[in-house]
Write a protein that binds this ligand. Structure first.
Ligand code: PBG
Length: 324
């Protein structure tokens, strides 16, 4: 064979593969989502998300120790409220579940980056991400509520607020209200490109946040749309987003790449609950190796362009990286 170029020469054994690898996930890329519930001494496995837990505030210190010891730099806090109402008012209560959790985490470990999910759906009895009147979501009235939620998180000590509702103009309003209250230093990570996805199924079961009528297609994006994702990101950056996110990750790697190539702000990607559950279930059924699927999917998300990866695998991935 007259073959000068032989790519296989660089695949011969592990050390050479390690040396020529173009993309490696670092522990500092990972953000770990945490579900916090009311009550005491609660650490209850979430049936829809094997290996993930509902934690009460008093159990957070221990969890945070573990996370920090692994070298994970940040968490995203989701709250499960005690009561829901039409306006989702527990979401912006000074002593709401997220606000309590933020205070607790910052008290124990001020160095850990605490992000909070800013949305209404878990807190509203109708399960939608906006204020509803006659079956319609009132976009502009929702903005004040979202800004209130973000402000209450910042007041509790959150380092980054992350609106996930997909209302138009929410980054602008949140920025205005934060700035007006001397929180001009708090960054906004916008879930800019959030598709109306079936992959949120396990999360909705874990958070009790399924819409009670209709679906989220009037605010979350249509799977077929690519240009629209660029428009969403451009608008959010104009409105003041410091970081943007694409969600879910695996079914939208092309979108992650395109946003990365076209914009200069740090880019997050969320490997959502359904992506995690899919891997867990396949592994449990003995169909494929869990660790390899974890490493492969997270490496792909980073290769596609994500600077920050939100994943329920954060702890397991950090352990894998540590043990390499
Ligand atoms: C709240 C929110 C959702 C997720 C993050 N924030 C659910 C939804 O939009 O229905 C999904 C996260 C996951 O599936 O892991 N709006």
């Amino acid at each position: 064979m007259d073959l000068i170029q032989r790519p296989r020469r660089l695949r011969g054994f592990e050390a050479i593969r390690n040396i020529v690898r173009e993309t490696t996930v670092n522990t500092s890329d990972l953000i770990y989502p945490i579900f916090v519930v009311h009550g005491e001494k609660i650490k209850r496995e979430i049936s829809a998300l094997p290996g993930q837990y509902h934690l009460s505030v008093d159990m957070l210190a221990e969890e945070i120790e573990e996370i920090s010891a692994l070298g994970i730099q940040g968490i995203m806090i989701f709250g499960i409220p005690k009561t829901k109402d039409e306006a989702g008012s527990e979401a912006y209560h000074t002593n709401g579940i997220v606000q309590q959790a933020v205070k607790e985490v910052k008290k124990h470990r001020p160095s850990l980056l605490v992000m909070t999910d800013v949305c209404l759906c878990q807190y509203a009895d109708h399960g939608h991400c906006g204020i509803i009147q006659n079956g319609r979501i009132l976009n502009d009235r929702t903005l004040d509520v979202l800004a209130n939620i973000a402000l209450s998180h910042a007041e509790a000590g959150a380092d980054v607020v992350a609106p996930s509702d997909m209302m138009d103009g929410r980054v602008k309003r949140i920025r205005e209200v934060l700035d007006h209250n001397d929180f001009e230093h708090i960054p906004i990570l916008s879930y800019s490109v959030k598709y109306a996805s079936a992959f949120y199924g396990p999360f909705r079961s874990a958070a009790g946040s399924s819409p009670q009528f209709g679906d989220r297609k009037t605010y979350q994006m249509d799977t077929g749309n690519r240009r629209e994702s660029l428009r969403e990101v451009a608008l959010d950056i104009e409105e003041g987003a410091d970081m943007v996110m694409v969600k879910p990750a695996l079914a939208y790697l092309d979108i992650i790449r395109e946003v990365k190539d076209k914009f200069q702000v740090p880019l997050g990607a969320y490997q959502v609950s359904g992506e995690y559950a899919m891997i867990k279930q396949a592994a449990q059924a003995g169909l494929a190796d869990e660790t390899q699927m974890m490493v492969e999917t997270l490496t792909s998300i980073k290769r596609a362009g994500a600077d920050i990866i939100l994943t329920y695998f954060a702890k397991e991935m950090a352990k894998w990286i540590r043990d390499q």
